[in-house]
Design a protein around this ligand. Structure first.
Ligand SMILES: CC(C)(COP(=O)(O)OP(=O)(O)OC[C@H]1O[C@@H](n2cnc3c(N)ncnc32)[C@H](O)[C@@H]1OP(=O)(O)O)[C@@H](O)C(=O)NCCC(=O)NCCS
Length: 189
């Protein structure tokens, strides 16, 4: 895992286009990289392999005062249900904690059961609903939050989750490289 740099932009925009229908374009991502209040992280395979996409996952939050507002979390569709979404969410929460953020918040489509299950697994709870938030479908957004990121016990939770997530992805043949990028199966250290 690593913060996004200018050289990753094309792969980032391509994954956004594929999964989110072009939610953010090149300029928007460039602004995220330049902003000191934005944390944009990617999961990359450590080796160039024609079988593996250039970019496996993408996550972002905005640091707004004491809040980390998660704006993006996505995993390449070929790699769902292998624990990589959890890994990226873990990274965002760990980074928010390092920044001293006290809570994480996000909006999710009411129909997005998979993402909701993921957030609930990490202790997020629903605190509200924005009616008709998504103009193209009129669908509601559910607002979730997770409090207490600055509490000492949260650091212990993060350690526990890290161990669980690392074990989970290992079952699917992944391992984190020493620099926290992602080594795809078969291991190629
Ligand atoms: C949401 C998303 C990031 C999850 O990524 P992922 O790598 O598949 O998730 P994980 O494998 O880490 O799943 C973690 C847990 O979340 C839950 N979960 C994830 N996808 C699920 C699904 N489709 N159905 C039910 N539960 C699901 C499960 O509890 C899962 O644990 P388990 O596999 O041990 O049962 C991915 O589906 C995605 O990119 N979706 C499109 C973009 C999106 O909707 N982002 C969220 C916007 S708010």
């Amino acid at each position: 895992m690593q913060p996004v740099t200018i050289t990753d932009l094309a792969a980032v925009v391509a994954l956004d286009h594929q999964r989110l229908g072009g939610m953010w374009g090149l300029e928007s991502y460039r602004r995220e990289i330049d902003s000191p209040n934005s944390e944009l992280w990617i999961l990359l395979p450590t080796v160039a392999d024609p079988e593996t996409p250039a970019l496996i996952g993408l996550g972002c939050f905005w640091a707004i005062l004491e809040e980390a507002h998660i704006t993006l979390l996505m995993i390449h569709p070929d790699y769902h249900r292998q624990g990589l979404g959890q890994l990226l969410l873990w990274q965002l929460l760990a980074q928010a904690t390092r920044r001293g953020q006290e809570r994480a918040t996000l909006e999710v489509r009411a129909s997005n059961g998979g993402a909701i299950a993921l957030y609930e697994k990490f202790g997020f709870t629903q605190i509200g609903r924005r009616k008709g938030y998504y103009p193209e479908t009129g669908e509601d957004a559910l607002i979730f939050w997770l409090q207490g990121l600055h509490q000492p016990e949260f650091a212990l939770k993060l350690d526990l989750w890290k161990a669980q997530v690392t074990q989970h992805i290992a079952h699917h043949g992944w391992q984190l490289s020493p620099f926290a990028a992602l080594i795809p199966p078969p291991f190629s250290t």
